[in-house]
Design a protein around this ligand. Structure first.
Ligand SMILES: Nc1nc2c(ncn2[C@@H]2O[C@H](COP(=O)(O)OP(=O)(O)OP(=O)(O)O)[C@@H](O)[C@H]2O)c(=O)[nH]1
Ligand SMILES: [Zn+2]
Length: 298
């Protein structure tokens, strides 16, 4: 009897809820005793192989993970979706950059969604948006949207399609609203999702992968402290600013930290406007935060 492949969408003590990769069928599946003996547990996002003997479904094998996050506890993440806003709330770009360096460290693809663009109406606000897009679209996909104009919703769906995504963003930026818009056609699951979202607001119980009706999964635990902020040191911090990468080859010193060293290409590019001043200032800020730590780790 051949095994079939599924993705784990929810975890219980001795069984998992999973979705068959080919048929899209959802089911509960028992863990074989060997996993308990070996102290191995599949987590959400794990790809498994299962056998079906009549109605008796059993997890037979857990396939190797592409990657693993701990907050939320999820495997095989294809991308993180960072939702941010420039007004109500005006999210500090330092927070955006801290998030991005974590994603870089985990080597995760990032999609940045700038939400609530309906609120940006003055020239100054429009300029701010333009500057944000110019800065970040050099390195990441940036999509603007609003629950009122519904702009780019299909583009967002395209970007989520057939991937395992996890969402992050400060409180109030509209993550839940966006998820509800994206899942609106899922009449069967809307209630389920909003329950989950309500629950997610108050507790950090367990992660569940929500199935998107156009294909793909998204973790149901929006929140900002989604990724670990550990393991950074002053030496490696610069590696997580992708815009420094190629240019730093032109610094006089091969181990240039781009701070006080003479003949630094990065500083030259900041002065000429080729590298964003705000990104560079945030680099300095984070660098000094790490330096002040006794253990020099973040
Ligand atoms: N003007 C405007 N308001 C929006 C938009 N999207 C969401 N909001 C409002 O912003 C507020 C916060 O939205 P939520 O979806 O709860 O935000 P959240 O990111 O899930 O917040 P947390 O659950 O606290 O993490 C609500 O009052 C929404 O109605 C938008 O595109 N434009
Ligand atoms: Zn340099």
């Amino acid at each position: 009897m051949s095994w079939k492949k599924a993705v784990v969408t929810r975890f219980h003590s001795n069984m998992v809820t999973a979705m068959d990769i080919d048929s899209g069928e959802r089911f509960e599946c028992m863990l074989r005793g060997k996993f308990k003996q070996q102290k191995i547990r599949p987590i959400v996002g794990d790809y498994i192989e299962y056998s079906s003997d009549n109605d008796n479904l059993k997890v037979e094998n857990i396939l190797p993970q592409k990657n693993r996050l701990y907050r939320p506890n999820i495997a095989n993440v294809d991308q993180v979706v960072l939702v941010t806003t420039l007004k109500d709330p005006e999210v500090d770009l330092l927070i955006v950059d801290k998030f991005l360096i974590q994603a870089e460290k985990e080597k995760l693809d990032v999609l940045i969604i700038v939400n609530k663009v309906d609120l940006l109406n003055t020239d100054e606000e429009k300029f701010k948006l333009e500057k944000f897009i110019n800065t970040y679209s050099e390195m990441y996909d940036v999509i603007t949207t609003s629950k009122f104009s519904m702009e780019n919703i299909n583009l967002i769906k395209d970007n989520l399609k057939n991937k395992i995504s996890t969402m992050a963003g400060m409180s109030g930026v509209g993550k839940s609203s966006l998820l509800n818009i994206i899942n609106k056609d899922l009449s069967l699951k809307t209630g389920e999702i909003s329950d989950k979202l309500k629950r997610g607001k108050h507790t950090t119980t367990f992660t569940e992968l929500l199935y998107l009706d156009f294909g793909g999964f998204i973790a149901d635990t929006p929140g900002f402290a989604n990724l670990e902020l550990l393991g950074f040191d002053t030496n490696s911090l610069k590696d997580f600013f992708p815009e420094f990468d190629v240019l730093s080859a032109y610094c006089a010193f091969s181990n240039c930290a781009h701070i006080n060293e003479p003949d630094c290409e990065i500083k030259r590019c900041v002065d000429s406007g080729e590298i964003s001043k705000s990104r560079y200032n945030n680099y300095l800020h984070i660098y000094s935060e790490i330096s002040k730590r006794r253990d020099k780790k973040w």
